[in-house]
Design a protein around this ligand. Structure first.
Ligand code: PGA
Length: 256
């Protein structure tokens, strides 16, 4: 059984003070739900204080991106070694970084490898635009993203990796995929991973859905066999809804 993983991607929301107040307000309630992995991904500047606030709990912290170089003249960027000891996870390839920062499939691959080399656990995000979706090209597009992202990554690293399938047209729009649609694409991602690494590895990999996930539609996604959790933006910013998402995932997977 794959353990569900619910990650809150806070994007460019919450000051360090707000971030600490948020985790302090929910950490006891989250700690009472250990059947799912729970991750919060605040902005970089809040990572040290959120990590300190969650010390001694099993609630993990993640970063929202990472550069692939060890160091260098890359104004504004954060190297993987700088995140060591601060975070467990790091999101790479989020569609907003692909769109606004020109992150390519090759860069996603380099970021994932650099993260792994530093003991960080990448959450590799993939997903298609509305135009690609409407053209019926989703499967081929996502396949390219997955094959590129995993290029040169050895099977031993897979246990440290989570994939997030996030259709871009569903992110922050209130328009989510249906549970069946998301399950079908995520099942096809699992089939690609099986082609790359074999059936057993693919069955063990966790693949999240993301895109307008809310307490109201969480059970629909989490009751799908291939969906192992969620990468959540908007609904992870409110205390009650984030706790509800974790609780609903655990119930829907029959782990309560
Ligand atoms: P959303 O964002 O839940 O606000 O749609 C998801 C994401 O971008 O990870």
């Amino acid at each position: 059984m794959r353990k569900p993983i619910i990650a809150g991607n806070w994007k460019m929301y919450k000051t360090p003070q707000e971030a600490v107040a948020f985790v302090n307000a929910i950490k006891d309630r989250l700690a009472a739900l250990p059947a799912a992995e729970r991750v919060v991904c605040p902005p970089y500047v809040a990572l040290p204080s959120v990590q300190a606030a969650l010390a001694g709990t099993d609630i993990a912290v993640g970063a929202q991106d990472v550069h692939w170089q060890e160091e260098g003249a890359y104004t504004s960027q954060i190297a993987p070694g700088m995140l060591r000891g601060l975070v467990k996870h790091v999101i790479v390839g989020h569609s907003e970084t692909r769109e606004y920062q020109g992150v390519t499939d090759e860069m996603v691959n380099r970021k994932a490898k650099a993260a792994l080399a530093h003991g960080l656990h990448p959450i590799i995000a993939v997903g298609e635009s509305l135009a690609i979706n409407e053209a019926g090209q989703t499967q081929q597009f996502v396949e390219r993203q997955i094959r590129a992202a995993f290029d040169g990554i050895p099977a031993e690293a897979l246990a440290s990796i989570v994939v997030a399938y996030e259709p871009i047209w569903a992110i922050g729009t209130g328009r989510s995929a249906s549970g069946e649609q998301a399950n079908a694409i995520i099942g096809s991602i699992r089939a690609i991973l099986a082609d790359l690494y074999g059936h057993e590895h693919a069955e063990a990999m966790r693949i999240q859905y993301g895109g307008s996930v809310k307490p109201g539609n969480m059970a629909e996604f989490m009751s799908q066999p291939h969906i192992d959790g969620a990468l959540v933006g908007g609904a992870s910013l409110q205390e009650d809804s984030f706790v509800d998402l974790v609780r609903i995932a655990i119930e829907a997977k029959g782990l309560a």
